[in-house]
Design a protein around this ligand. Sequence first.
Ligand code: CAA
Length: 380
Amino acid sequence: MNFELSEEHIMIRDAAREFAQTELLPGVIDRDETQTFPHEQIKKMGQLGFLGMMVDPKYNGAGMDTISYVLAMEEISKVDASAGVAMSANNSLVCWGLEKYGSEAQKQKYLTRLATGEILGAFCLSEPDAGSDATSQKTTAIKNGDHYVLNGVKNWITNGGNASVYLVIAQSDLSKKHKGINVFIVDKDMPGFVVGKKENKLGIRGSDTHSLLFTDVKVPVENRIGEEGFGFRFAMETLSGGRIGIAAQALGISSGAYELSLAYSQQRKSFGKEIAKHQAIAFKLADMATEIEISRLLCFKSAWEKDQGKNYDLSSSKAKLFCADAAMRITVEAVQIHGGYGFVKEYHVERMMRDAKITQIYEGTSEIQKIVISRAILKD
Ligand code: CAA
């Protein structure tokens, strides 16, 4: 067993760190306040290869491994978790499934542009009445000759307003339950497709979250990914990898909050000494550092399993569960360490606490991860 990062991994981590500090940090408070998507920064991330990190270079991807992706996600999310989720959705939820299951024509048409960030992608599973219970899809896709007709509503879609390509999960044959579900590539300009309301959110406010409306949208059969009825398995497999990305996003939020807390507690004085020298604060730092190390190891373990071609459904759920819950605990403590300063925006940690919350909710709530984990335990 080797816990050392390779030189290449260190280079990728440092490049992401440099980018986050120089390009994402300026303006992050303002983007949160005004709910502004980091357009320019996301474009640059695409040019640097961060939006198609694991895609084969023959489709314009960076051809890196999942460990590199975790390293970059941590550094980006440490500074701006909104940029982190845009990156995660494009890499894990859109590029991955297109590369693995898309036809050659779909890859040439869409993946080659998604991998460079020339266009952004969105993954559309959640609906007003189908979040955790993902098989209860109400969006319909009825086959009519050489196309399907899509009708329905999707909710809380990351990159919803800025994407050009949407992977849409829809029910084609209710009698077959989840085996009647398909997945389609929908272009933004298809008639009948409308980007709906932008959500006004607690956290990740720089990320662009919308509802989407489909009214008699004609989608050609060649835009279906995989065989008829493959959509639910596609969504589940996609989310297994997505959970590594969100675990790494949560890890980034934790390490960002920890680093700020460590620095603050070593310069802020009370009762004649730096507050870090009071055991009440030192023990909080010790807990944070330990939980961050566990988080990182869980992310690496799952990423390693994915890179080795092993099954990573269980490890990605464990990583997401722990990292998300740890991010919530750590950011609450970060605000506490900062005292009154932690409660105001300039010190970043209150934003991190708000950003952490969504990691316990999207791409499978913490409770859904416990379902996945406990089912695996009880099956053994
Ligand atoms: N890989 C492949 N197939 C899988 C799978 C996986 N990881 N997990 C389940 N399946 C298959 C099962 O094998 C089964 O297929 P068969 O009937 O052919 O055997 C089928 O899927 C149904 O599985 P279950 O019976 O286990 O289904 P369930 O209704 O009990 O639900 C669940 C299982 C794990 C709870 C699932 O519904 C789930 O993951 N829910 C959470 C959904 C979610 O994460 N939503 C987040 C929205 S996306 C988002 O947040 C993106 C964003 O914008 C950031």
